[in-house]
Design a binder for this molecule. Structure first.
Ligand code: UDP
Length: 199
């Protein structure tokens, strides 16, 4: 969910020249097999921070001084890749909420499992694999998030980044299509002729 731009509370967080962006990643206690203790923890603070930093560079925050744009990501079912899925959903939600952005952000991870570089690892592959490398990027390939767990050789790293970037490019197409489909339906509906989305 995206709320805003709206007034900042507490007010001392206000920035006079731009909007601030807040991002809350939360994994529901029932989203994983082994019940997760509810509430924030180190992992959710980290994921909230890196996800916010992945999106912030494309949001035109200077349009809304003294305000806040709040992004809430609630993970209801987890099988690894939740930070990347959250960023993808948040990017579409920001565009859908009419927040001015320079571009979309698309995110995907690559990993190393059993000596092979794979795309979008699932939980077992992530937890027992040798490496996990999530990225987020603009459609131009400007990277706004890159993290890595585990070890990769230089060549494996190059291969993993290339694979994750290709995954992100495929996701960008799906994000774009979702928005185009929604707004072309709205613009086709009677009384909504004013809504247009440029392809
Ligand atoms: N996970 C879990 N319990 C936790 C944290 C994570 O079962 O307390 C699982 C969950 O399926 C998650 C996966 O481990 O998606 C990988 O977690 P990671 O921290 O690598 O983040 P993600 O890949 O989801 O971005």
């Amino acid at each position: 969910a995206v709320y805003g731009p709206r007034e900042v509370h507490p007010r001392h967080l206000q920035e006079v020249t731009r909007a601030i962006v807040r991002y809350r990643y939360n994994m529901a206690s029932f989203s994983v097999e082994e019940r997760k203790r509810p509430g924030p923890d180190r992992r959710s603070y980290e994921l909230s921070k890196v996800s916010r930093e992945a999106l912030e560079p494309v949001i035109l925050t200077s349009f809304f001084p003294r305000s806040v744009i709040d992004v809430f990501v609630e993970v209801l079912q987890a099988d690894a890749g939740t930070r990347t899925a959250g960023i993808n959903a948040a990017s579409v939600a920001l565009a859908d909420a009419g927040i001015p952005m320079k571009s979309m952000i698309s995110s995907c991870a690559a990993g190393k499992v059993g000596g092979t570089i794979v795309l979008d690892p699932m939980k077992e592959e992530d937890n027992f694999g040798q490496a996990d490398l999530p990225i987020a990027m603009t459609p131009n390939g400007d990277i706004t998030l890159m993290q890595m767990d585990g070890n990769l050789s230089k060549e494996e790293f190059r291969q993993a980044v290339e694979m994750a970037m290709k995954g992100a490019r495929d996701i960008y197409e799906l994000q774009r299509r979702a928005l185009v489909e929604k707004y072309s339906q709205i613009s086709a509906a009677p009384g909504q002729e004013g809504v247009h989305l440029c392809e």
